[in-house]
Design a protein around this ligand. Sequence first.
Ligand code: HEC
Length: 258
Amino acid sequence: MNSISKTLLAMAVVAVVAVGGVAASVYSGAYNVAADDPHTRPVHTFMETARERSIAARARQLQVPADLADPARIRQGAGNYDAMCTGCHLSPGVGPTELSKGLYPAPPDLTRTTVSAAEAFWVIKHGIKASGMPAWGKSMADDYIWNMAAFLQQLPKLDKAQYAALVANSGGHSHGGGETGGHSHAGGEDDHHSGAGDAQMEGGAAEHDHDKAPASTTTHTHADGKRHEHAPASADEVRAPKPAPVAQPADDGHDHQH
Ligand code: HEC
């Protein structure tokens, strides 16, 4: 056996032992997946590098809108950030939350960290695998995501009062889950979305609507069950089929006769 063959054989043995060791540690359950037990250093380095390289490579291909500094974009982004992100990424003057403390990898404090607009857009739209960061692009049109990326460029410069003022003028939580007009859930509109009011109006029938609501709610995918009640809107949809068979085919008929 020449020396090259010996070296190759030695490398093959080392590789087999290494893969075997990793496999054994995985299959035996030795590797701890608990969020309160940080990754070992090699795994952490591997995950960090993979994340950074992956985001950078994809963000580089994005066309950043030229008007990202438009105050209207920043204002609009503030409302969505406040409604959807603060639980994990915090807001000025607010300390850590249960989510921000408990998640691993930890969500960065975006009141102290600036992420470039392109990278922020990409991460907000697509999320990050096996972390708490959701893919908001499943329920939000790109323009709304750019608005949040625009807002994030300002966030570290805002104090508590400036932040509150922007959120108050933002029009609240609104996004286009595909429909470009979007819809707003700013304070004033809460009544029309209030489950309790609907239940009173509906009387006995409300029970059925509530039973059905969760199924319909999932189609809205706003990923913010807390602030943002879609149950009554879903109840509307549940009720809609009753008049629909009369109204809808008639409309369709007219359209198609042309
Ligand atoms: C349930 C918690 C959670 C929510 C809600 C959440 N995020 Fe995240 N986010 C995370 C975590 C965790 C990470 C870090 C993931 C990692 O390091 O792999 C992250 C990462 C990010 C990053 C990347 C930061 C960087 O340094 O690259 C941005 C930007 C971001 N989130 C923005 C948002 C915005 C905007 C929202 C609201 C629309 C939001 N996130 C909502 C948990 C969350």
